[in-house]
Design a binder for this molecule. Sequence first.
Ligand SMILES: [Zn+2]
Ligand SMILES: [Zn+2]
Length: 391
Amino acid sequence: MYNGLIEKVAFVRLILEIRVTFMGSSPVPRPGQMGTSVYVELGNGKNFIFDMGPGSIANYLSAGIPFNQINDIFITHLHWDHVASVPYAYMFGGWAGRWHESFRVHGPSGRTEKHGIAYMMDRMDEMLTWHKDSFDIFPIGEGWNLDVNEFDFADDGGVVYENDGVKIIHWRQSHTQDGASAYRLDWNGMCVAFTGDGRPNSLTLKYAKGCDLVITEVQVELMAISAGVNGVSPMIGRMTVDTSHNPGYAAGYLFNEIKPRLGMTTHMSYDAYSNPELLAQIREKWKGPFHFGAPDMIVVNMTPDKVWVRDGVIAEYSNVAAPKFDVQSQGGLIIPPAKYNRSDIQQESIRDAEISPKKYYPKGYAPERIDEWPTKKPLFIPAEAMNKSED
Ligand SMILES: [Zn+2]
Ligand SMILES: [Zn+2]
């Protein structure tokens, strides 16, 4: 009975927890700060990615998230510092076992058809023609199925996603041109809002109201100095903030109006010269709980009555976790066939020009090579056999 109680308590804790990790925290990628990406994991096992800037994929992989589990990406807007890791995750996730699932991307429409996420993802798919065909000598299955959910950017408060008790809505952000969006995720009575990029916005006050964790982008109000540090002309720096971004003072204002359980800023340069000044600017209006969502791997855990922050630690030269498969529903693992052999997509003469393995392998060493995927039919590995190999 005692054990039963412990199990029950553990179960409840698992269910009622949200974990947020800053997998990228800067508009300009640099070691320690990749392009913006906020990873939200729920206690029900569902995970969501908000933006996926350049280099952020490295932090996902280092954190032990298998390639084939990187999915359900919500893009706030189509600036490259929020999107660059998407094509990489799309390609390598398919190769590394995303065989039975589409790659799912959500994002806003724009002021014309060409400014929407569907247009961008369609062109991304086209851009990847060589890559996709090349990887099609391996099992891919449904890995190249691109499932794009484009919502009407102007439909403030509209629902982008609703499933398993998770609801995600969006609203407009003022960020140079139409289409920039903010998101709010609600689950089990808890809420995380992420504004993406944009000027301080009254719509954020309206739609992020009541949120436990509010994450906004920020720029420190030190234009001349930070322009110099970042190699930007002060006038361009000033105008970039005034047309597109959220100054530190404004972040404090937003937090104080919304009064979250924790306010956080990201998409910022985490620098010794500017952090104290930025904090002072935020503190001008907001006296409540605050933490920088930078540098990378800041981790927030949140339950209905507690929220705490830790520094996530990842190995510098990490390796990739094995793919995770749902073997239960099918009774095993189905490996799809490959679409091509190399002979379908490559000149024979360049294969003939390959140096014979006999010339470089030691004498007596001749590995059993796999030059093409051995079957044109799906392979089935029963769950029992997989469990056995794990033992
Ligand atoms: Zn940005
Ligand atoms: Zn932007």
